[in-house]
Design a protein around this ligand. Structure first.
Ligand SMILES: Cc1ncc(COP(=O)(O)OP(=O)(O)O)c(N)n1
Ligand SMILES: Cc1ncsc1CCOP(=O)(O)O
Ligand SMILES: [Mg+2]
Length: 212
């Protein structure tokens, strides 16, 4: 089963990205999504190679945001695709069954479609406003998660759902009570001065106080 905590990277340069990813790994993150927007193919490739090396060293999962071909080229563990990125079934045909494919959802119907198309996990959001991403879909809030997770249960749809968007430590318990599997976060880890402590606290809440 996938880790309950996914770190989504930040940084405008290869160096900043590597610094942030290295810090997150050092502090105990074992799942990294490399999100490096508006870059040349060459820079994205250079970063991805370095991140792959680092993640192997730390035995962390490494997935690439948006870029299916880069995922294939560097043989990452998988890719995360949004509602306007490559379609999940196309990605599955190219990557094969062994790779992780995550899909963004904002509604129950998005999740239904992703499941039909062979998605492995869902990034459901945004939970609240966040400056990390532009052009956000409608904000779900706690009640949005509750409603969608209830509907999934009722329809016997079983897929790991990650909450995303502006999540802080104190949101984790109420979010977990809605039935999500875990959280995908960027800002709180990137900006924390006490990353190890924060990740331990997040994991305690995500695992119901049992640290694994
Ligand atoms: C785990 C997770 N969930 C959702 C997203 C958002 O993906 P997308 O909508 O494609 O937006 P960008 O991240 O590409 O700006 C995500 N990246 N990860
Ligand atoms: C990529 C993405 N998609 C929806 S919100 C978001 C950003 C999450 O980052 P943060 O945890 O800093 O709000
Ligand atoms: Mg995307």
């Amino acid at each position: 089963m996938y880790s309950k905590l996914q770190y989504i990277s930040q940084g405008e340069t290869i160096e900043n990205q590597l610094y942030n990813i290295h810090k997150a790994l050092d502090a105990g993150c074992n799942w990294i999504q490399m999100r490096f927007k508006n870059q040349t193919q060459k820079d994205a490739f250079t970063l991805a190679e370095a991140v792959k090396f680092l993640c192997e060293k730390y035995t962390a999962n490494f997935i690439v945001n948006d870029d299916l071909h880069l995922t294939k080229e560097i043989d990452a563990c998988g890719v995360h695709l949004g509602l306007t990125d490559t379609k999940i079934d196309e990605a599955r045909a190219i990557l094969g069954a062994a790779k992780i494919i995550g899909g963004t959802a904002n509604t129950f119907e998005d999740i239904e479609n992703h499941v039909k198309n062979g998605c492995d996990y869902i990034g459901l959001g945004p939970f609240r406003f966040t400056a990390t991403k532009e052009k956000l879909s409608p904000i779900l809030g706690l009640s949005g998660y509750f409603d969608i997770l209830q509907k999934l249960k009722k329809n016997k749809i079983d897929i790991p759902v990650y909450a995303i968007g502006g999540i802080t430590l104190r949101d984790v318990n109420p979010l977990m009570e809605t039935g999500i599997h875990g959280i995908a976060v960027s800002g709180i880890i990137t900006e924390s001065d006490e990353k190890e402590k924060l990740i331990q606290q997040l994991n305690e809440k995500l695992h119901g106080n049992i640290i694994v």
